[in-house]
Ligand binder design. Sequence first.
Ligand code: SAH
Ligand code: DHB
Ligand code: MG
Length: 225
Amino acid sequence: MEDPQWLAVDHYIAGHLLETDPVLEEALERAAAAGLPAINVSATQGKLLHLLARAHGSRRVLEIGTLGGYSAIWLGRAVGPAGRVLTIELEAAHAEVARANLERAGLTEVVEVRVGRALEVLPELQGDPFDLVFIDADKPSNPEYFAWAMRLTRPGALIVVDNVVRHGAIVDESNDDPGVVGTRRLLEAMAAERRISATAIQTVGTKGYDGFAVALVLEDDPTSS
Ligand code: SAH
Ligand code: DHB
Ligand code: MG
C-alpha cells in the first residue's frame, strides 16, 4: 500500500534539510525499547510543526497526545526558553518515556506532561490562552478536542490536527470506523465554525498517506453582535 518512493523521498528530504539529531533519534529508540507504538509524527512533519510554531511566534502550546514526547520535543524547541508546552497523555507509561526524553532534550522547564484523559484534563486548564494547539490523540474525540481548542485559544492562534486523511478513508462513506467518523465530524465542525479559517493538506511519506488540518482562529468580527 505504501509507495517505496514516498520513503525514499522522505529520507532524501530529511538528509538534505534536517540536521542529524541524536536527542530526537534516541527519543524514538527509547520509545521503541519501551514498547510504545511508532505512531509519532515523522521527522519532516515534526520539523514542520516546529517551523509553524516558530514562524507564528507561539509561546504557549497545548498538545493532546504525547506518546514518547517526540513531537513535544520539536514544539518545545520552538517556543523559546520562556515559552511553555503543556502536553496531555492518557497512558502513564507513555508519559514516563516522554519525561525521560524531554529531560534528555533539556526541556524539563519548558514542556509539562500531564497524565490523564484529555477530556477530563482540558476543562481544568487555567491561565492564559494558548497560541497553538496540536491535536494528535484518540481520533473519535477529535470534534470535542477541536471544541476545547476553540475555548482555550486566542484570536490569531493556530490549531493543527494530525491524521485527518487516513489513507483517504475520510471520503469512503462506507467506512464507519469511529476514528474516521470522528475526524469527518471534526472537519464538518471546522467548516461550520465562522471564527476560524482552515485548510487540510494531504501528505505521503514514512507515515503513509495521511494529512494535517490547519486552522487560524480569526480576530473577533466587529460586525457580528
Ligand atoms: N504526538 C505524538 C504522537 C501521539 S500518539 C508524537 O507525534 O510524537 C497518540 C497518543 O495519544 C498516545 O500516546 C495515546 O496513549 C494518547 N491518547 C489516546 N487517547 C487519549 C486520551 N483520551 N487522552 C489523552 N491521550 C490519549
Ligand atoms: C495512529 C495514530 C496517530 O496519531 C498517527 O499519527 C498514526 C497512527 C494510530 O492510532 O494508528
Ligand atoms: Mg498522529
